[in-house]
Design a protein around this ligand. Structure first.
Ligand code: EPZ
Length: 421
């Protein structure tokens, strides 16, 4: 179903349960490629298009999988393919997370460079640089990466940018490298810790320290293990903002509150009242937000994956808010769609200037990427009248059953097929 229709204006009320984190599930699924003739079992795997794409990739490489509810078992044979199929890598950038484990486990891999997307170019130069420092020979011909390494060797690696994917690829490569690898200036997103737990379960010594430095002692062979995917802090935050933007009372369950500190701090600044439980947060009705200034940056800063949703929420604030995007070059394309709904957003360089308005009006809009689509849904929930959101395929990549979850909170939501073009 590629179109979502929302009739806005209803304050949302009720409880919504958070899915397993997309951005934790994808790397830990890729880590199964390190196994030889063993099994990885993951609990709390979300049912998302991106997860299905990763499953297709793993199946192409020779992994057999079994899903029982949100428990997934990955059985990896002694021999697997080391060539990642082009159509899957082009479809999802996270396929590049096969690079590190395949190279470490097979000694070679062939993987197309991932394409860019609507939020900017998405190179993997930091991934490749780290692998070459560990002894890999890497060539790029016609957009395909040819990597070869008889034995990766542990060493100190400094990341020019705390890239999430580069951190994850190098951690997985280091698991089978000879000796110790120390990665400096790593990403510190909670998803990194989830991957570290899986590698520890596989018998690898991983010391993350939580300070942006990861120490890994490589092993000859990794063991099978079982791990749980952490809750999706971005999905959870999106539903918190659905409560805020509609002036409702929403409880988001199954979260790790500490993973949402940056959002909660900004909501407190904006005058939102909320209660934080051990694994839930409840937001209470607020008439109108106060404007705030935000800089989207690597964790523990305000998450770039929540920047579009926060901008949508601030379109109705009582004053001028500023939101700077410091991670991606072009993550404001959705603002034009919000302005078509009556928002007043001006983009100056890497900053959105949001002049709060009294109300938004429903319109026909288009989701350009996953989080842009989420931002449009939030705006539609608050807007007067009906909004039609096209290209929902982007939203299904990262939000499990969002129509059902929103309906359960009282939203007037309907899905339909796009007309034949
Ligand atoms: C992960 O992408 C997430 N995806 C993204 O979530 C998230 O926005 C991003 O981290 C930042 O938090 C998954 O985990 C599957 P990066 P990733 O490497 O690993 C540049 C979503 O909405 N860079 O931290 O690709 C890059 O161009 C998605 O769920 C290089 O220049 O992000 C970008 O500007 C969107 N060279 C910045 O760093 C590299 O080798 C952050 O990239 C790698 C990255």
């Amino acid at each position: 179903m590629d179109v979502m229709r929302i009739r806005g204006g209803t304050p949302l009320k009720g409880v919504v349960k958070t899915q397993g984190a997309k951005n934790a599930a994808l790397p830990v699924m890729a880590s199964c490629l390190l196994l030889k003739g063993r099994t990885l079992t993951l609990e709390n795997v979300p049912d998302l298009h991106d997860v299905s794409t990763m499953l297709d990739l793993l199946a192409c490489l020779g992994v057999t999988m079994e899903r029982l509810g949100n428990r997934m078992t990955f059985s990896v044979p002694e021999e697997i393919s080391w060539e990642a199929p082009e159509h899957l890598v082009r479809k999802m950038r996270a396929s590049s997370l096969a690079l590190g484990p395949l190279l470490a486990r097979c000694g070679k891999t062939v993987l197309p460079l991932p394409g860019g997307c609507s939020i900017g170019s998405r190179p993997i130069d930091l991934h490749l640089k780290g692998l070459m420092q560990m002894g890999a020979k890497i060539e790029i011909r016609n957009g395909i990466v040819y990597a070869q390494a008889d034995q990766l060797r542990g060493r100190r690696i400094y990341l020019d940018f705390p890239s999430v994917g580069a951190t994850e690829n190098l951690m997985m490569a280091a698991a089978l490298a000879k000796g110790e690898t120390i990665i400096e200036n790593t990403a510190r997103e909670p998803e990194i810790e989830n991957l570290a737990s899986v590698l520890r379960g596989m018998g690898v010594t991983v010391d993350t320290e939580g300070t942006g430095c990861v120490r890994i002692k490589g092993v000859e062979e990794v063991q099978g293990c079982r791990e749980r995917v952490i809750p999706d802090r971005i999905e959870a935050s999106t539903y918190v903002l659905a409560g805020v933007i509609t002036g409702g009372e929403v409880t988001v369950d199954d979260i790790v509150p500490a993973h949402m500190d940056a959002l909660l701090a900004k909501l407190e600044e904006a005058g939102v009242r909320f209660h934080v439980g051990s694994s839930s947060v409840t937001v209470f009705p607020v008439r109108r937000l106060m404007p705030v200034s935000i800089r989207a940056m690597p964790y523990p800063g305000f998450p770039t994956d929540l920047q579009p949703q926060m901008v949508a929420t601030l379109t109705l604030a009582n004053g001028v808010s500023l939101v700077e995007e410091s991670v991606f070059q072009a993550r404001f394309l959705y603002s034009e769609e919000l302005n078509r709904m009556g928002a007043n957003i001006t983009i100056k360089g890497d900053t959105a200037i949001i002049q709060g308005v009294e109300r938004l009006q429903g319109a026909s809009v288009r989701a350009m990427d996953l989080r842009a689509g989420a931002a449009l849904i939030l705006a539609a929930l608050a807007a007067e009248g009906e909004t039609r959101i096209d290209e929902m395929v982007h939203v299904w990549r990262g939000y499990e059953a969002s129509d059902k979850k929103l309906k359960a909170l009282g939203a007037d939501v309907a899905l339909e097929e796009a007309e034949e073009k």
